[in-house]
Design a protein around this ligand. Sequence first.
Ligand code: ZN
Length: 465
Amino acid sequence: MRLSGPFRPMRDGLAGLALAGLVLSPVSTAQAQDDNSISIIRDTEIEHTLHEEMDPVFLAAGLDPKAVRLNLVSSPEVQAFAAGGEQIFIYSGLILQTKTPNQLIGVLAHETGHIAGGHLAREGDLEHQAIGTMLLSVGLGILTALAGAPGAGASLIFSSGYFGELNALAYTREQESRADQAAATYLERAGLSGRGLVSFMDYFRYQEVFDDSRKYPYFRDHPLWDDRIEALAVRVKQLPHYNQVDSPHAIAAFETMKAKLEGFVDGAGQVYQDYPQANQSFPARYARAISLYRQTEPEAALKAVDALIADQPRDPYLWELKGQILFDSGHTKEAAAAHGRSVELDPNAPLLLVNDAQALVAVGDPTSLAQAELDLGRSLAAEPDNLLAWRLLSEDYDGEKRPGMARLAAAEQNFYLGQLLEARTFAFNARKLFEKGTPEWRRATDIILASKPTPQQLQALGGGG
Ligand SMILES: [Zn+2]
């Protein structure tokens, strides 16, 4: 998991965190300094776990699992919401507050019910559509992290107000009931129980009484009332899979995900309270290893990760974490070797490829640069809007003394960032260095055309300049 972005000391809010393999992408310097800012976390392992659990539910809802984008939000709040473009935002606080995989899946199945039921129609207005599109393209913002700290990934950081916009949707009681019933249906079709969703709501029903209800934004948007819970409980009890329990695999993956999140987002005190030294389970050791890394104790963290790898040598995410610790402590060659191993074990994960490339570009010899270029090409083929990948590709070409390609990659990066002026400038500079009519020359021309050139610039294009 890679937390990155403007690096902050651990207790200074969550925005600056970079989970091993978590890639965050910042949005604007001003917003990044907003203490209420919210980060999107990218993490191959967690995304894999969430999709593994949820894909059967998406299929049951008639959605294409590959089309559903699961965005993990670094925030202690208990919250999840669906947004346009088949996206679900899942707050780390929700994951940490759910007790079982079945509870988490139940909540997300309910969100799926809002998507499949068309309850986001109010988001169909232009403003919300635009926000959704920008998010999808990682459009908003300025890559402060990219300009800054070593090892920084891109970090997508939004002001809380921005998220408020995105999530300005409180459902009606009728929609809530329908999403509950839909969730029950999908879970049943997927061979899962609806019990977790009921127990989750039941737990918070009593919390709501004792606490300020605003503490749980999820229930602000999804109102709870007794009849709602009762109706759902009656329905799920009648379904054949009501007594289905979580598989050992699902429980293990869930506990690992929680440990990883806690290791990255909570302070050491909390981590050691929840995962005391005496607890020698995999999740506990994982959480402590990550916490050591977050406390910038690379030697102790490495020792802890190596012990985990000795037990589970084929876990790509342990190698990823090792690579991240090594990279952040300046051991670029060793980092590249560890990230290379993570790519071998999980060959098609775009973010693992970017990690590997980042270390290889830092090593900087011709063989490493050539390998980094291959990694980045594969990563960008899967996720063309990965800003860090474009930026690394630009550096990579620079190292290979290919100035035209370096500028073209910088043009792409700025284009995806929505910085059209910069995109255009880089594309113009790149174009001058390519032979007319080559694919690179055409790509540079396309970027210029797509980034709102002035009439004079258009004229210059016509003249082949
Ligand atoms: Zn709802």
